[in-house]
Write a protein that binds this ligand. Structure first.
Ligand SMILES: Nc1ncnc2c1ncn2[C@@H]1O[C@H](COP(=O)(O)OP(=O)(O)OP(=O)(O)O)[C@@H](O)[C@H]1O
Length: 378
């Protein structure tokens, strides 16, 4: 009996690989087949060193060749174990023309300052010379319109290439669309998941964002359906997680990071920001009181091996600036401006690093920090 490689391959194609839904040839596990007379040598690569799986593969191969090709074939199986490379984060969703980087800003717990951080990151990016937008997707408490003093505004419709599009509201050099523009003030927001997802999709794809270097997405707190829906429809470049140093907030932040890193989402976490890191009376800036604990988010970042982007103190003027609608980072020469500059610089740096590891898509364009002197300045 003359053994043929194609018959052996056909037999091996009947063996499935556990958990992959593919046969071992399709899955690339069969590296080589050699035939010497009635002897067949199969080189196999497996991702797991588990003994029972190795044994099982060997038995299956023997059986398939004996039953389907030649019952007296002398079969030898060489198994090599190669840990599979960790899946690289990939950009999902359809790219939005003109938008280079989409950064999701998330927090596990509510009220930790996610929207405040988003607003100040946005104005800092704008001061650095980037074109910036904020998509306020916080369906439970859209606060961006208030933080930018545009609560009373309503987006107008404009004509772009014959299509009617929603024009974002602009202030302090930042383009804004918020779910808050479509609800009355004080109206209880009871968006159901699909409704919210639809409204968000319109704000993303039916909006005239123009050219943006960064679109920051202010996510609702927590890790719910709306997050999944955004993650699936938007090509998110990376995520920034905001937390206070408090244990309770940290546990939620950890869940937030895990949500981005889970296999089905696989959005890289650019880093963690520690908000309300300490209280400092404005008249005594040297005095620091660690009200919510010390360096909790910093330690969490280290534990999770993600970048610590920086800390923001608890300062009365930061709250006030949010309430009056003028983000604190707009001021020049203040410790708060410095803090946000540092965080923003680190975030841009992480975005650049992350983009270097990605396939070039419309959603990923910024691959160097050159051209932004404010970013390079330490
Ligand atoms: N570092 C800070 N110092 C002082 N006040 C702050 C600081 N960070 C946030 N705040 C204030 O805390 C309150 C909650 O902040 P913010 O709305 O940004 O939180 P959030 O995490 O976005 O909340 P939500 O759960 O509604 O999404 C606001 O009044 C804000 O002005």
């Amino acid at each position: 009996m003359v053994l043929k490689k194609k018959d052996i391959l056909k037999a091996l194609e009947t063996i499935s690989v556990a958990g992959e839904g593919k046969n071992m040839v399709e899955a690339g596990a069969v590296q080589n087949i050699m035939i010497f007379g009635d002897e067949v040598v199969v080189d196999l690569v497996l991702a797991t060193p588990a003994l029972h799986i190795k044994k099982r593969a060997e038995v299956d191969i023997l059986k398939a060749i004996h039953e389907q090709v030649y019952e007296k074939a002398k079969v030898k199986v060489n198994i090599k174990v190669e840990a599979q490379e960790k899946k690289k984060p990939e950009i999902k969703g359809k790219p939005i023309p003109g938008i280079k980087n989409i950064i999701a800003v998330a927090s596990g717990k509510g009220g930790v300052g996610k929207s405040t951080v988003t607003a100040n990151l946005a104005v800092t990016l704008s001061k650095m010379g980037f074109n910036v937008g904020i998509l306020d997707a916080d369906i439970y408490g859209p606060s961006t319109p208030m933080m930018f003093d545009v609560e009373a505004e309503r987006p107008l419709s404009v004509n772009v290439n014959g299509k009617s599009k929603m024009k974002p509201i602009e202030n302090y050099g930042v383009k804004i669309l918020s779910i808050g523009f479509f609800t009355k003030p004080n109206q209880a927001v009871v968006w159901r998941g699909p409704m919210a997802a639809k409204a968000l999709n319109q704000m993303i794809f039916d909006a005239a964002w123009g050219e943006l270097d960064f679109l920051l997405v202010d996510l609702p707190p927590g890790t719910g359906d709306i997050h999944l829906s955004i993650m699936q429809s938007l090509p998110i470049t990376g995520a920034v997680v905001v937390s206070t140093p408090q244990n309770m907030a940290l546990a939620d932040a950890k869940r937030g990071v895990a949500m981005f890193q889970q296999e089905s989402i696989n959005v890289p976490v650019l880093g963690i920001v520690e908000n309300m890191a300490y209280f400092t009376p404005e008249e005594l800036p040297e005095n620091k009181y660690y009200i919510f604990g010390r360096e909790g988010a910093k330690n969490l970042a280290e534990d999770l091996e993600v970048r610590f982007l920086g800390e923001v103190p608890l300062v009365q003027s930061l709250r006030e600036s949010g309430d009056i609608g003028r983000p604190a980072a707009l001021q020049e020469g203040t410790p708060l401006e410095e803090a946000f500059k540092e965080i923003t610089r680190n975030m841009v740096e992480e975005t650049v690093k992350r983009n270097e590891n990605l396939p070039a898509t419309e959603a990923v364009k910024i691959t160097t920090m050159a051209g932004c002197s404010a970013v390079n300045k330490k």
